[in-house]
Structures are given as structure tokens and as C-alpha cells.
Design a binder for this molecule. Structure first.
Ligand SMILES: Cc1ncc(COP(=O)(O)O)c(C=O)c1O
Length: 540
């Protein structure tokens, strides 16, 4: 072997020794496994193996879904847009029941051996009544709530853990993702899935970018993400769950992300930028076009959290209100989250996570082929996923259609404007920032805003306190239209009372906020919050 250099001799000998050792300890199977693992890292061969796996999946999937093998490479189901005009509830229910009957195995028929655990009739009846009693009222009226309940009840015992077991639900999920992607201006490449809510969508996004960075930038061992301080705590939760460091940057006096500060916070470890449309506390949309341009320049992915605004901003933009371009129209936006259980008016437990393409989404997926219980795959945090939420989300979107969402957005936006304008005229109060949609924060001009919250609560209102600066957050909903006049009257009276009596905050939540504001070490406040939770969950 004269053609090998001295170092190559050593390397080849070590490799042969390792292979012989593997053959002795694990047999030829072990050697084959090791060779395949190594081959996947060889340029060209790795791609070829991935292509073969992809083609096998293409051929195999139709056998699981009951379709025929596709001859066309990468054939995608056609994009489904939100209907321009809402469909009739009866037609939707009929279509759903037909699909369910034709495609899904009846969970009560005793023919399944996993996924669904049902008792016989009596318990189901109690459960049905409990759902009727405690299911939320969306504020869109009795008719809407009854319809959502009926859909939810029809699919209550279905489970989308395995997307091939309930084909009707698989279709509802794919179409729901497609409808959301289309009104958020995603192109045909945009993909995603449903999750249980905004937090799960955000958790998935952070996990996705962490795993992508592990693959594409293995030199990064301590990944970081950069976000304005107003970003939802779900990102902080994701940071702590997935060991990604959160780098918060301050916002400007308008409460919008400071793009320069974000760029300055980027380091060699940054794997993700995040922004909100809008952020929860003050209802303002971050300057997403600028952040998107910066993300492109710095070659970093950008997640836009539209959990709150994804189902509201598109309609108010169409109504002519000024809305910053917040969605996939910005070329640097690589993923978005939008909650159907907020302004989508479906039941709790429904959000969409969308990615610009499968190049990102693939890192969200989890698979494990070594379990004696079977080949396991999952697309989000949850294992079992309640089908009722997915069915309800699809049905609500079809029933409302674009015209239904526009009409509601118009009403809620008018109520918001009425409230904001009235509050600006109440001495001692102001609006923090310039809200872009149907949420705002009331700030103080010289009165104790936490005492104001207490005073309002004594009149029966349930107030949401925010901090830095102290304020009161209001998300406006359809149910507020009928009480908007009373709300501003009570606010005016309460503000006068607090001002004259120089009231201090002295009740439960306000007192906690008041104290928290004075504690310099926030970790003490964090411990206090955990203690409170332990109290709540250990006492009846
Ligand atoms: C902007 C924003 N993102 C994420 C979330 C989290 O959503 P969820 O409570 O559904 O987990 C919220 C909730 O209010 C939100 O306002």
C-alpha cells in the first residue's frame, strides 16, 4: 500500500480495527449499520439515500390513506382557500358526517385496538352534558356556539395521534392549514400542522429551529434566539424546555421591537429571530418588514407570532385600517403561528403553526422506529391529539368564511375605537402606544392604575394587569359591543374615585403587582409565582 501516506495508513488501520471490533461485538448487522450511518454523511451519497427514502414514502403513503400511488413527484393537494362567503351550518354538518361515515372507523364499534377509550352510554351522556355546560361561549351568539358544540361532540372521541386512522380528520387538518396559509399570503410551499394552542405552536417553532441549527450549524453548541421583551412568555418557556438562550431586547417608546437593538443582539450563536403581530400587552405589531429585511441580510430565520392577530389583522387590513405588513409577504418570514381558538372563534385547543417550506417543517417532526409498540411518528408536543378541536376549527372557518370574519372584525374594531377614544378623554388615563387591532392597554396619567383595577373589579369587571409600565390590558371581543358604553362609564367613575381618594392598590392581584414592581431581584418573584401555583393545585 505504497500509495497511502503514513497518516492514511494509521487512519485505515484504525477504521479496520473499529469495524472488526463492531463485527465481533454486534455482528455483521452492526457493521452494516455503521457503514450506512457513515455513508449518509458522504456528499452526494447522503442526498441519494434521502431521495430514496422520500420516494419510498411517496409510494407508501397512499396505501395508508387509501389512495393510489402517485406517479407525479411531490404532488401536493390543491390549496384550499377560506370560502368567500360562509357556508350553511347544515351543509357543513352533512359533509362532515358523510366523510366521517365513509372514511373513519367508528370509535364505538369495537373494531379498533388503540387510540380511543370510550365507556358505554351512561358515562358518555354525562360527558356530553359537561361539554354543553362548560364549553366556552365565543360571543358570536348562540347559533354559532351550538354549531361548534355539535361538531365537537361528533368527533369527541377521535384521536389524531396517527393521521392515517381518521382520514376525515386528516383532511380537516390539511385544509385548515391550507386556509390559514392562504389568508396569511403563504405560497404553495407553505406547510404546517395544528397544535393545541399558541404556546404549543411556539414551542414547536423553537424546537424546529434548534434542531435545524443542530443539523446545519453543528458548531453552535449554545443556541440563542433574539426577541423583543414584549414577546409572549411561551418563547421563554420554549427556551427553558429546549435549552435555547433567550436574548430579550428592549422595545421603543411606541412598544414596538427596536430593530437596531435586535441586530446588535445577534451573535455567532443566534439561530432565530422572533417578533409579534401583534404583541399581547399593548396590541401593537412589531416592525416586521424591517426585521424581515434584517433577517435576510443576517441569513437568520424569523418566526412571527401571529397567535393573537393571525385571525384578525387580515380582515381589518381589508377593511382599510392601517396594518403593517406582518405575514409571509415579507420574504424573511420563515414561520408563523396563528390561533384558531382566539379570533378564529373556535373552541379552546386549536392553533396553526406554518413554515415557509418543508425545509423548515421537517425539523418539527419526531420519529422513533425502535419501539416494540410500533413505528412511532408525531408532528407536535402532544401524543394523542383530540379530533374534536380539529373538526371544530375546520367547521368554524367554513361556516364563517371571509365575509363572516370581516363582519365580526368590523364590529369589534368599531367597539375598540369607541373604547380607545372614550378612554383618551378620561382625565388621568391614556392609551399606551398606538394599537393596531382589537386590543389595547390603558395607562396612567397620574392615578394609581392598579387601584383603578381593584375599583373596576368591585363593579364586577375582570381586569388584566400588565407591568413595566403598569397598565390594564383589554382584548376586545364580540361580547363587548353590548357593554362598551357601561365599561367606559364605570371606568370614568372609577378613575375619578381613585383620583380623589388617592387610593392605593390593596387587593389581591393588584397588591401582588405592586409588590413585584418593587422587588429588584425578579427570581424572587418567579419563586413566589411557583409557590402560588403549588398552593392553588394542592388545595381544593
Ligand atoms: C401574542 C400571543 N402569543 C402567544 C399566546 C399564547 O397562546 P395560548 O394561550 O393559546 O397558548 C398568546 C396568548 O394570549 C398571545 O397573545
Amino acid at each position: 500500500m505504497e500509495f497511502l501516506s503514513w497518516t492514511e495508513h494509521v487512519l485505515v488501520s484504525l477504521l479496520l480495527a473499529a469495524l472488526v471490533r463492531l463485527a465481533v461485538t454486534e455482528g455483521w448487522q452492526g457493521v452494516l449499520r455503521a457503514v450506512l450511518v457513515v455513508l449518509r454523511y458522504v456528499p452526494g451519497i447522503g442526498e441519494l439515500i434521502n431521495w430514496i427514502i422520500h420516494m419510498m414514502a411517496l409510494q407508501f403513503a397512499p396505501q395508508l390513506t387509501g389512495g393510489s400511488a402517485s406517479s407525479k413527484k411531490d404532488k401536493k393537494p390543491p390549496r384550499v382557500a377560506l370560502p368567500k362567503k360562509g357556508l350553511s351550518c347544515d351543509d357543513i354538518l352533512q359533509e362532515m358526517k358523510k366523510l366521517q361515515k365513509e372514511k373513519d372507523t367508528d370509535p364505538h364499534a369495537g373494531k379498533m385496538f388503540a387510540y380511543v377509550y370510550t365507556l358505554q352510554d351512561d358515562a358518555s351522556k354525562v360527558q356530553k352534558e359537561a361539554v354543553d355546560m362548560f364549553m366556552e361561549q365565543t360571543g358570536l351568539g348562540d347559533h354559532h356556539d351550538r354549531f361548534v358544540r355539535e361538531v365537537f361532540q361528533s368527533f369527541i372521541h377521535t384521536n389524531v395521534l396517527n393521521p392515517f386512522v381518521f382520514p376525515a380528520l386528516r383532511r380537516f387538518e390539511i385544509e385548515t392549514v391550507s386556509m390559514v396559509a392562504s389568508f396569511l399570503h403563504g405560497d404553495d410551499q407553505v406547510v404546517g400542522s395544528l397544535t393545541s394552542g399558541g404556546t404549543e405552536s411556539i414551542l414547536m417553532a423553537v424546537k424546529t429551529y434548534r434542531d435545524r441549527a443542530r443539523k446545519l450549524c453543528p458548531q453552535i453548541t449554545q443556541p440563542e434566539m433574539v426577541a423583543p421583551i414584549t414577546i409572549h412568555p411561551a418563547f421563554e418557556k420554549a427556551a427553558s424546555y429546549f435549552c435555547v438562550k433567550m436574548v430579550h431586547v428592549p422595545v421603543g417608546p411606541d412598544f414596538r421591537a427596536d430593530v437596531t437593538a435586535m441586530e446588535q443582539a445577534i451573535t455567532g450563536n443566534t439561530i432565530l429571530l422572533c417578533a409579534s403581530a401583534p404583541q399581547y400587552p399593548h396590541g401593537v405589531v412589531d416592525p416586521i418588514s424591517d426585521i424581515s429585511a434584517m433577517a435576510l441580510r443576517r441569513k437568520l430565520p424569523l418566526h412571527v407570532d401571529a397567535c393573537f392577530g393571525g385571525f384578525m389583522l387580515p380582515w381589518i387590513e381589508k377593511l382599510g385600517y392601517p396594518v403593517p405588513t406582518f405575514d409571509f409577504r415579507n420574504p424573511g418570514v420563515t414561520s408563523m403561528s396563528a390561533d384558531i381558538h382566539k379570533y378564529g372563534y373556535s373552541v379552546k385547543g386549536a392553533s396553526v403553526i406554518l413554515y415557509k417550506s418543508t425545509d423548515y417543517w421537517r425539523y418539527q417532526l419526531f420519529s422513533y422506529s425502535g419501539w416494540p409498540g410500533g413505528l412511532f411518528g408525531s408532528c407536535s408536543m402532544a401524543g394523542s391529539r383530540p379530533g374534536g378541536n380539529i373538526a371544530a376549527a375546520w367547521a368554524v372557518m367554513k361556516a364563517l368564511g371571509e365575509d363572516g370574519y370581516m363582519k365580526t372584525a368590523k364590529d369589534v374594531m368599531e367597539t375598540t375605537e369607541f373604547m380607545i377614544n372614550s378612554i383618551r378623554n378620561i382625565p388621568g388615563l391614556c392609551i399606551l402606544g398606538e394599537p393596531h387591532m382589537t386590543a389595547f392597554a390603558i395607562g396612567s396619567r397620574g392615578i394609581n392604575i392598579l387601584a383603578l383595577a381593584d375599583e373596576m373589579e368591585s363593579k364586577g369587571w375582570r381586569m388584566e394587569r400588565i407591568q413595566d409600565p403598569n397598565g390594564l390590558h383589554c382584548s376586545v371581543m364580540p361580547s363587548h359591543t353590548k357593554v362598551r358604553q357601561k365599561f367606559v362609564e364605570d371606568l370614568r367613575t372609577a378613575a375619578e374615585y381613585v383620583k380623589i381618594h388617592k387610593k392605593a392598590s390593596e387587593e389581591g392581584a393588584s397588591m401582588a403587582y405592586g409588590l413585584a414592581g418593587k422587588v429588584p431581584d425578579k427570581s424572587l418573584v418567579d419563586d413566589f409565582i411557583k409557590e402560588l401555583y403549588m398552593e392553588f393545585y394542592t388545595k381544593c
